[in-house]
Design a binder for this molecule. Structure first.
Ligand code: SF4
Ligand code: SF4
Length: 225
């Protein structure tokens, strides 16, 4: 899922300054799981905006706002309420915000679409409802087969591909001693699997041309460009 955190209220109010009627849109996908942007948080923000003297024209939370079909299915029936707003605020990841904006444009509406959350990367729930952790940076050239299923791109503070930096102490990372050194984890895992020999293989630097933004995934061809 995409991890998100709430922007401070002051930042949200600043983004909405000068707009009196607001459409509040959430996302019942990842943002709901993060407890930053599901219907409950939409209602919370709507109540706060009302206390701040604003009028809320609609409170809605599509199943997954980053999905254009869901966005259309949930927002099109609210077209009149969205059209009545001076601005929309979306409690979703950056993708959700941009798809919601695209949906308003498809409706023929030209209203500012603001973001209420900060997106902090691809996260997976480690302790349900408590803590999620970044596991993968979607580099497009996965090397988990060579590293015992532990990603050094994401879990090593320096994203080193060919072994540790030498600064690790007692298995902890020199950049953040509260965290395990990814390469110690990889070594121990490979040792347990009896695959230490594999670690002698030189890992080529990543081909950054494969990460040129924005990446486009051609679903039928199974190709990313
Ligand atoms: S190497 Fe790491 S960052 Fe790249 S795709 Fe695999 S898990 Fe993700
Ligand atoms: S101590 Fe380990 S995890 Fe930290 S930067 Fe060095 S190799 Fe990476």
């Amino acid at each position: 899922m995409i991890g998100t955190t709430k922007k401070p209220l002051e930042e949200i109010l600043q983004a909405l300054a000068g707009y009196e009627k607001i459409a509040v849109v959430g996302c019942d996908g990842c943002a709901k799981v993060c407890m930053t942007g599901g219907l409950d948080q939409v209602k919370e923000l709507a109540a706060t905006l009302k206390e701040e003297g604003k009028e809320v024209t609609v409170e809605v939370s599509p199943e997954r706002t980053c999905n254009i079909m869901h966005s259309r299915n949930f927002l099109n029936p609210c077209k009149d309420q969205i059209a009545a707003a001076d601005a929309m605020i979306v409690l979703g990841c950056g993708g959700a915000v941009q798809i919601a904006r695209q949906t308003t444009e498809e409706m023929g509406l030209t209203i500012p679409v603001k973001v209420g959350l900060d997106s902090v990367g691809h996260m997976d729930m480690v302790i349900p409802g408590v803590m999620a952790m970044e596991q993968c940076q979607e580099c497009g050239q996965c090397i988990l087969n060579e590293t015992g299923g532990i990603c050094p791109v994401t879990k090593c503070a320096k994203s080193l591909l060919n072994g540790p930096c030498g600064g690790s102490e007692n298995g902890k990372c020199e950049v953040d001693p509260d965290r395990d050194c990814a390469w110690v984890l990889i070594y121990n895992r490979m040792a347990a699997l009896g695959e230490l020999e594999q670690l002698k293989r030189y890992m080529e630097p990543k081909d950054y041309s494969k990460m040129a933004k924005p990446r486009v995934l051609y679903i039928k061809e199974g190709r990313c460009a």
